[in-house]
Design a protein around this ligand. Structure first.
Ligand SMILES: [Zn+2]
Length: 409
């Protein structure tokens, strides 16, 4: 009798408190587990990732063995791996105010605000399942890009799923090509949108997806843009680092956004350069947008070349585009202190400043080319799949509004 009760209690305890375990064997996963405390139900960890493949600030993994309704504690430290000058990266890059979680791997929500305690960032939340995905921000994997591009092209007669190229590790790089109606290519504005030259900046892919969804929507301005332009959208440029959960930024020998030289190292950059180069040769490289997430507290939205390095009409057209974009996008970013003042990416910004994609396009482009790097803040309540896609939709509406002011081809 006594033994039976003890047995039940043990069984009862086991049922109530299954051991927590961490799983990171899927696309885009990254973590270095420091400790799993079964008693306090907490997981202590830092981002995984090889610093040679970029700043180790991205983390994403699954926790199994939860009891429904229990409070889970995530204790996050910055990566201790040395990056530049043998020092680790500032931990703030890895520490969003709100962590992201999902109980189905598809719908992503934010936790409550984390608490900084010395070197730790601590997030508490109560998932209502036995298993939960947690991440730095809403993940967007190369497979998600492939699926999105395929599905939207199946739904819309005006969109085609294409492959930009294969990566150095042989992964496909999906691209969406959009145009509608009878105009010849020569009669169309050229629009190029790319995200994730830095693999950890997952929010930028959601911005690209929001752009694509709006472009293929029923909105009249979207239809106008499809009829008057040819639009190329690449949701994930650095597919290899995005797939393997590496940061990408400052990867060796240099990252994708320092690779826009005469001899690119990365296949995606070479392929994008060829297609953008063709638009430039045809005199219709009208709008080039390179999408990113910025440094933790950076409110700048646009990164551009200083005007003294450019000639008219490029400067006025770019400033017009920025003011239209700011008017729209600042409305959908409620919490963010978004700065209307762009940041300069000239010679004092980085030794490889000429090899930054938006700078390369400004320098090589047509006299009327608008080429911008657009940063969407990741450290706010708006940094959700919905918030990012709203930025993308408003960015696409800006492109339509801006091109409608330009002389027709
Ligand atoms: Zn970036």
């Amino acid at each position: 009798m006594l033994l039976a009760i003890v047995g039940l209690m043990i069984n009862g305890a086991l049922l109530a408190d299954e051991p927590l375990s961490v799983v990171a064997d899927f696309e885009g996963a990254s973590v270095r587990v420091l400790e799993i405390d079964q008693k306090s139900r907490s997981v202590s960890f830092m981002p995984g990732g090889d610093p040679k493949r970029g700043w180790p600030c991205w983390w994403c993994f699954r926790i199994d063995g939860l009891t429904v309704g229990e409070t889970l504690t995530l204790r996050l430290q910055g990566s201790s791996s040395p990056v530049e000058k043998e020092k680790p990266l500032a931990p703030s890059w890895a520490m969003p105010k709100y962590a992201t979680f999902s109980t189905d791997g598809k719908t992503w929500q934010q936790t409550d605000q984390g608490n900084r305690q010395d070197e730790w960032m601590v997030y508490l939340f109560k998932p209502k399942t036995q298993s939960v995905f947690v991440a730095w921000g809403p993940p967007y994997t190369p497979l998600a890009a492939t699926t999105f591009v395929r599905e939207i092209s199946e739904r819309s007669a005006h969109a085609t799923a294409v492959e930009l190229c294969r990566s150095r590790e042989g992964r496909p790089v999906p691209m969406l090509h959009v145009k509608e109606g009878e105009r010849t290519d020569q009669e169309r504005f050229g629009v190029w949108v790319q995200a994730r030259q830095h693999a950890w900046e997952s929010g930028s892919s959601w911005v690209a997806q929001g752009f694509a969804k709006w472009l293929l929507s029923e909105d009249e301005q979207a239809a106008w843009l499809r009829e008057h332009a040819e639009v190329f959208i690449v949701p994930v440029m650095d597919v290899d680092n995005a797939a393997t959960g590496n940061g990408g930024k400052n990867a060796l020998p240099h990252d994708h956004n320092r690779d826009w030289s005469n001899k690119p190292h990365w296949n995606e950059v070479r392929a994008a350069q060829q297609m953008v180069g063709k638009l430039i040769d045809e005199g219709r490289m009208d709008v080039f947008l390179d999408l990113h997430n910025p440094a933790p507290g950076d409110p700048s939205f646009f990164y551009i070349l200083p005007s003294e390095m450019l000639k008219e009409p490029m400067i006025s057209l770019r400033d017009r585009f920025i003011s239209l974009a700011y008017a729209r996008i600042s409305k959908v970013r409620s919490e963010m202190q978004m700065s209307s003042k762009p940041r300069m990416t000239g010679s004092s910004y980085h030794p490889l400043w000429r090899q930054i994609s938006s700078n390369w396009v400004s320098i090589q482009g047509n006299s009327h080319t608008v080429s911008l790097c657009l940063e969407t803040m990741w450290n706010s309540k708006d940094s959700t799949t919905t918030g990012y896609q709203a930025v993308g939709a408003n960015l696409a509406a800006t492109v339509s509004e801006y091109l409608a002011e330009r002389p027709e081809r």
